[in-house]
Design a protein around this ligand. Sequence first.
Ligand SMILES: [Zn+2]
Length: 348
Amino acid sequence: MITLQDIFGQDQAVGTLLRAYRADRLPHGMIFAGRVGVGKATAARGLATLFLCESPKGERPCGKCDSCVLMSVGNQDGSSNHPDFHVIYRQLIRLEKSESKARDLPVNVIREFLIGPASRSSVKGRGKVFVIEEADLMNPQAQNALLKTLEEPPGRTLLILITDQPDCLLPTIRSRCQIVRFASLDEKVVQRELEKRKIAKQPAGEAADLSEGSLGLALRWIEDGVVESARELLKQVDGLVDGRPPAIDLQDFFKKAADAYAEKQLERDNKSSKDQATKEGLGLYLRLAATRLRQHLPDVSGDAELAESCCAGIDAITRAEGYLDSNVNVPLTLQQLAVSLEQQLVRA
Ligand SMILES: [Zn+2]
């Protein structure tokens, strides 16, 4: 069973929730905002366990009642067998239309899995909790459909919207919810947690560094081989800053790494869009390369020309990222990027 007290590194967010719970003033609508993988979904589950418990002991669920037992059986997709705990995620779309690719949260999913059940009475009599994952993926129609339920939720109801991009939610949604902010974790905390999970020191350190304080991302990137590919990429970036030409074909590297990334996403969820996943993968490796260049800036500040070249390299990467968003020819974009990085940084 997950309790709020189990969540580490989020004292402020957890404190806010527990104070509101203690005062019996939990808002109906809440937005859990913060980076991917810092404990938002876990906190939502912990809060739901407490909220639905039939005989909570202070700020902790009893762990013994029917509700607690049902909540402690977790499914991989974050849902549970508790009939009053509803997790809404984009893959539910598959139940609607088997052919559609799950890219957003359309209004029919919100109607069927949230608005409908919210209007019925709770099965166990303690109320209902709805968690919307990646809530920013709700299109405006879906968000508008949600407004009424947010305003006057029937009975004892909690609605928790999870997002790493709260600004993408409509102002009308934001104004009806309390925003609970989740901080990025300290990299040392992430590394320690990874090592606790039997991950060796070196990859744990690399993953903690790459993910910049997201345990969830660090774990996923270790599992998906991102950490390994990133190690190769960063070595090449470091070489470029030293003026050496890359030892590998960068264009080819980006393509292969993005394909491998997409493959993992599809293994995890075969309804993901391959195209979208490949772009996400490219975006990820481009960002990692840009971050590495940025990390070199303080070291090269004594060499104005080199610092300028690094900045030009970062600009070239940012441009490439922008092109990916606008559906241009991907191989061409990568080729141009590889050429301009070499032109900027490699010295004869
Ligand atoms: Zn209980």
